[in-house]
Design a protein around this ligand. Structure first.
Ligand code: 5HC
Ligand code: ZN
Length: 162
């Protein structure tokens, strides 16, 4: 009798992998973020990446980080991966869900995460640690009882030929 395959990916590797793969759809030249929302019983409910709202052309809107005119920067237009994943969900309630994201959520997404009933955030990178945005997210998560912890990288490399 054959034994079970042993080198399958873990739930955490699976969901963070899906989040990171989703981020590969991003047109942002500087930071690509991906997100995967999962039910308490490990079913994928939604995914998202950072990008422009529907109808706003990736070719016509700016991708600049800086500029005298804020209207010529990406910041006023982009939808963050976490908010996109929340808004992409068409199935009803996200109460009790877990959110995997490749970058720690900003304060605006933290509000949406809390208000949608998500109870756990697993993040990979936290390159904006120490900024007011991240501090505000942590304060709100703590107050609202949303758990957050870093994803523990396993070092597993997965090559996919597409
Ligand atoms: N958690 C996040 N999710 C996101 O989707 N983003 C998006 C917004 C921008 O498109 C990009 C950040 O651009 P930059 O400032 O690193 O060049 O990533 C940013 C953060 C950070 O708070
Ligand atoms: Zn955000």
């Amino acid at each position: 009798m054959a034994n079970k395959r042993e080198d399958y990916i873990s739930w955490d590797e699976y969901f963070m992998g899906v989040a990171i793969l989703s981020g590969q759809r991003s047109k942002d030249p500087n930071t690509q973020v991906g997100c995967c929302i999962v039910s308490q019983d490990n079913k994928i409910l939604s995914m998202g990446y950072n990008g422009l709202p529907t109808g706003c052309s990736d070719e016509e809107f700016p991708w600049n980080r800086e500029g005298e005119d804020p209207l010529e920067t990406k910041y006023v237009y982009t939808v963050h991966s976490e908010l996109n994943a929340i808004l992409n969900y068409r199935g009803g309630s996200l109460e009790g869900a877990k959110l995997y994201v490749s970058l720690f959520p900003c304060n605006e997404c933290a509000k949406a995460i809390i208000q949608s009933g998500i109870k756990e955030v697993i993040y990979d990178c936290n390159k904006y640690k120490g900024t007011p945005s991240v501090a505000a997210s942590m304060r709100m998560f703590d107050a609202a009882g949303v758990k957050y912890h870093p994803y523990k990288r396993t070092g597993r490399k997965i090559e996919i030929e597409l």
